[in-house]
Design a binder for this molecule. Structure first.
Ligand SMILES: Nc1nc2c(c(=O)[nH]1)N[C@H]1C(S)=C(S)[C@@H](COP(=O)(O)O)O[C@H]1N2
Ligand SMILES: [Mo]
Length: 406
């Protein structure tokens, strides 16, 4: 008779550590068996995401949608990209959540409970375009390290919360205040509690804009855990890394904030254009502020097939950081000629704008539909990948879709 072998003691020890508790009947598990509680969670179920989202990384979780999933005017959770630098703080007790305002330039440090914030300050709701500085990184050559975002690292959800400016006025800040920096509850990938995965911020002038919120609701509900429950800083139009998730402390600084990923080359581009692959000194790198003009065709899906003689209705969104989009144009002849799309006003400042057009094709065959947005300063999206930079930020090249007329 064959003897069955059981899981070794040392392995049981590892399982116990990972599970956070002993497996009571562990000695009865067959060798090679992996406890269910340790199997990889399904991110689509865990985060309630659309099955067509693409997982770029699972440690930490980084997930992006395809362009056609972003068709809604207000982005639902199911289609929102997730970008994490550290481990998500899953176990949060919102009842005990506090926000501390401190730093060199605060008059007197103060701590609010989440309830204080909700009851003592006026609530505002804004739809805000939040795009990762690295959206489009996958197209740079030579390639840049980091998550290889294609074009889905952008969302425009509706956020409800209190104005950061109202909180700062309540606390009182000194005249020498120049910057704010956030601190949050996520954990560094190393597990070291003395390290922060990310701690960024923005100049006071951005912090006190009316649309800069400390949000506790997204699309009318509690913020999903992956997007910053129970409290998130939202600063539309700037790199999404400014919009700190799980925020529990904001420091008022008398200098540019120097938290994790605020210094060196992180979220910075060469102050002056450089040639592809060039080495750039840290001191020649400048912090990214307002994001550049960009657009996305969200309908139809690339690869659409239409019948000859039928027109094609396209639609999508365009945004321009702190600016408004003044026009969106489309081309079906690789940019030789451009036609105007119809363009909506934004729901509020810093929200993306919807465009649409009805396109007639002269004969059957293969086409590409390109979209190009132009901002209120007259800057247009480039057709090819713009300004190479060491970390692969700010690729705002035109989006295009393939169409066959049969
Ligand atoms: N606390 C915390 N805030 C964070 C991050 C993070 O890792 N931790 N990532 C930042 C970056 S780089 C981006 S692009 C956005 C992503 O927001 P989302 O996951 O809600 O789409 O969150 C920002 N805020
Ligand atoms: Mo980001």
């Amino acid at each position: 008779m064959e003897r069955r072998s059981f899981v070794k003691k040392a392995t049981l020890g590892v399982f116990a550590t990972l599970l956070g508790t002993d497996i009571v009947y562990g000695a009865k598990m067959l060798e090679g068996y992996k406890p269910l509680g340790l199997q990889e969670p399904d991110p689509f179920k865990l985060f309630k995401k659309n099955k067509e989202m693409v997982v770029l990384n699972d440690k930490p979780w980084n997930i992006e949608p395809k362009a056609h999933l972003l068709d809604d005017k207000v982005t639902p959770n199911a289609a929102m990209f997730i970008r994490n630098n550290g481990k998500i703080p899953y176990e949060i007790d919102a009842e005990k959540w506090t926000l501390t305002i401190d730093g060199e330039s605060v008059k007197k440090q103060k701590t609010y409970s989440l309830q204080d914030l909700k009851t003592n300050f006026k609530h505002y709701t804004y739809q805000l375009t939040i795009e990762c500085g690295g959206n489009g990184r996958s197209e740079f050559n030579p390639p840049a390290k980091g998550n290889q975002w294609t074009l889905g690292a952008v969302h425009c959800a509706s956020w409800t919360g209190v104005r950061l400016k109202d909180i700062l006025a309540d606390v009182g800040i000194k005249d020498d205040a120049v910057y704010i920096g956030y601190h949050a509850a996520d954990v560094h990938l190393s597990g070291d509690p003395s390290k922060e995965p990310i701690s960024r911020g923005c100049p006071i002038s951005k912090a006190i804009q009316e649309e800069t919120l400390l949000a506790f609701k997204m699309n009318g509900e509690d913020i999903p855990v992956a997007h910053g429950y129970p409290l998130r800083l939202v600063a539309g139009g700037w790199p999404a890394s400014v919009s700190g998730k799980w925020v529990n402390r904001i420091s008022i600084r008398n200098k540019v904030h120097d938290g994790a990923k605020m210094t060196g080359t992180a979220y910075r581009v060469p102050c002056k254009p450089v040639s592809p692959g060039e080495k750039v000194k840290d001191e020649d790198m400048c912090i990214i502020e307002s994001m550049p003009v960009k657009s996305l065709i969200t309908y139809p899906k690339s690869g659409a097939i239409i019948k000859k003689g039928k027109s094609l209705d396209i639609r999508g969104h365009a945004w321009a950081g702190e600016l408004e989009v003044s026009a969106v144009e489309y081309s079906i002849d690789f940019g030789a000629t451009w036609q105007k799309c119809s363009l909506d006003k934004p729901a509020n400042r810093l929200a993306w704008q919807h465009f649409s057009a009805s396109i007639e094709f002269p004969k059957s065959g293969y086409y590409e539909v390109w979209a190009k947005a132009i901002d209120s300063n007259g800057n247009a999206q480039p057709m090819v990948v713009p300004g190479w930079n060491p970390k692969g930020y700010l690729n705002n090249a035109c989006h295009r879709i393939a169409v066959k007329v049969s």
